[in-house]
Write a protein of this length. Structure first.
Length: 85
């Protein structure tokens, strides 16, 4: 699982703006995306990683998939992040 402490991040969201948190999540995902295996890794919340951060991570991952020509982004992201429904 990849979350705040499990993923090795030392980013402290306390006193950070929503934009700063979003930019961190996007940057973090760009760093770990090449290491993610879509059928064996799963993302989950962790210390200081809630629904907002998970949404930012999922959106960033979906963007990376689309840039790499993956046509069914929903299927890949649902597997890694769990369905949002």
């Amino acid at each position: 699982p990849i979350g705040g402490s499990k993923g090795g991040s030392d980013f402290d969201p306390e006193n950070k703006s929503d934009g700063e948190i979003k930019r961190f999540c996007e940057s973090f995902m760009k760093s770990v995306a090449p290491l993610v295996a879509s059928k064996s890794d799963a993302f989950e919340s962790d210390l200081n990683v809630g629904a907002r951060e998970m949404r930012y991570l999922r959106d960033a991952y979906a963007q990376i998939l689309m840039q790499n020509g993956v046509s069914d982004v929903t299927d890949e992201s649902d597997y890694l992040f769990g369905s949002t429904e």
